[in-house]
Ligand binder design. Structure first.
Ligand code: MEV
Length: 444
């Protein structure tokens, strides 16, 4: 069936929107109305709150919210909230946390916290003249004219750290940037940064138009293309690390600590030099990072984009984690660029986000950076530990077992049976289904 475009969809009531999509795309089947409505929260205020986070909302999309306990981070014992749909992620985090608990836990260091944004503009003028104008006239005006926007942030200890003029004309004709650095304290700061940059764009235009330093023709060539923060924050870095004596790397798979350390280090080195492996390796790290980013109401698209840009910063995509095995000591660490907030955004609005932050002891943004880096490192440790010993499928398919059983409407009794059945066997989709058929047939 060919579908018709819709006018004014956003203005329809929630029921109107559902009726339209079900009639237009789902043959008016009531079953689909029910699916959407069964996820509505029975508390109308809570439902409305969620609907208002976004646009054209017709239902809620649940994500499991789990807890990974026993994380010793800089001497504090924390339970991490993780919102993630992939089986094994929370289990892997918990396993790593426990492994490092009696080895001193995780240590973190905030390397820096600077965020960046740019006003991108085109101006047909010699670079040295623009530079002179920037240094002697424009820069102080940019700072003065953002004073009202930055007042509150300055009170909290942050604000604009610096503004530079960047000459990009060798890469694109007449292209320049105002590159600004910011300290946004406990907020992620997207709105603050973008407001400052939009004011920069206006000030730039106004100051050039009224300046005697440029000809009318030059002035007419000025185009402010856009003002926007950068999600690449290579100067907003946290390091998380673990270390222990190699002889303490005891694994229940039977591998010796020395062989474990050697294989583990090889696995990290492979991800440092081989982009195909680095992509999967870093994906695994982000399993841990994103789950906590989402649970704490932060923007996982931003953290993903930043992590991958950083992984490719020297021209080749590489591992975000590193490992050494020197003088009998195993050391494993991550340098994670990450910009997150604990005020603003969803942090005060979403009840579960408030819960997550309370569970974490109301961390500062820097403390949250540390927790996120630890979550990524722990996840990577668990993945590599499985990969270099038993292989990933053993644990993975055990967790996946419940997904397969749920798909076939297994009862609690059947689930218990299968947990026992696969205790010492590798789970496979085929084996689950044929055993389920056999079990059910034997009961008839
Ligand atoms: C799966 O989501 C993540 C892993 O593939 C990560 C890795 O291979 O390191 C297990």
């Amino acid at each position: 069936m060919k579908h018709q475009p819709v006018e004014g969809f956003s203005k329809l009531s929630k029921q109107g929107k559902i009726d339209w999509i079900v009639n237009e795309y789902l043959e008016g089947n009531d079953e689909y109305q029910k699916i959407l409505k069964q996820y509505w929260n029975e508390n109308p205020e809570l439902q409305k709150l969620h609907e208002e986070f976004s646009e054209n909302t017709v239902s809620n999309f649940y994500m499991p919210y789990g807890i990974a306990p026993n994380f010793l981070i800089d001497g504090k014992l924390l339970a991490l909230p993780m919102a993630v749909e992939e089986s094994s992620v929370v289990a892997a985090a918990s396993k790593s946390a426990k492994f490092w608990l009696d080895k001193g836990g995780f240590k973190t260091t905030i390397i820096n916290t600077t965020k960046l944004g740019h006003t991108h503009f085109i101006f047909e003028v010699e670079p040295h003249r623009l530079k002179h104008f920037f240094n002697f006239e424009l820069k102080k005006k940019l700072l003065q004219q953002t004073e009202a926007i930055t007042a509150n942030m300055r009170k909290r200890g942050g604000g604009i750290l610096d503004v530079e003029l960047v000459d990009k004309t060798s890469e694109l004709s007449n292209y320049y940037q105002l590159k600004a650095s910011f300290d946004t304290v406990d907020s992620m700061g997207a709105n603050f940064i973008n407001s400052c940059l939009e004011q920069f764009g206006k000030t730039l235009k106004q100051e050039i138009e009224t300046s005697a330093a440029f000809t009318e023709e030059e002035k007419a060539s000025l185009q402010v293309v856009m003002n926007i923060l950068s999600n690449f924050t290579p100067d907003c870095i946290v390091r998380a690390e673990v270390s222990c004596r190699i002889e303490d790397l005891k694994d229940d798979s039977g591998i010796s600590p020395e062989e474990f350390a050697w294989k583990f280090k090889q696995a990290v080195t492979i991800a440092e030099i081989e982009p195909y492996r680095a992509t999967t390796h870093n994906k695994g790290i982000m399993n841990g990072v994103d789950a906590v980013v989402i649970a704490t109401g932060n923007d996982f698209r931003a953290t993903e984009a930043c992590a991958h840009a950083y992984a490719a910063k020297d021209g080749q995509y590489r591992s975000l984690t590193h490992c050494t095995t020197e003088n009998g000591v195993f050391r494993f660490w991550i340098d994670l660029p990450i910009s997150v907030g604990v005020v603003g955004g969803l942090t005060n609005l979403h009840p579960l986000v408030r819960f997550s932050l309370a569970l974490l002891g109301k961390p500062s943004a820097q403390e949250l950076m540390s927790i996120l880096a630890v979550s990524g490192l722990a996840q990577n440790f668990a993945a590599l530990r499985s990969l270099v010993t038993t292989g990933i499928q053993k644990g993975h398919m055990k967790m996946h077992l419940f997904n397969i059983l749920n798909q076939f409407g297994a009862t609690e009794e059947e689930k218990q049976y299968f947990v026992q059945y696969f205790k010492d066997k590798t789970v496979s989709h085929h084996e689950v289904i044929s055993e389920l058929e056999r079990l059910r047939a034997s009961k008839i």
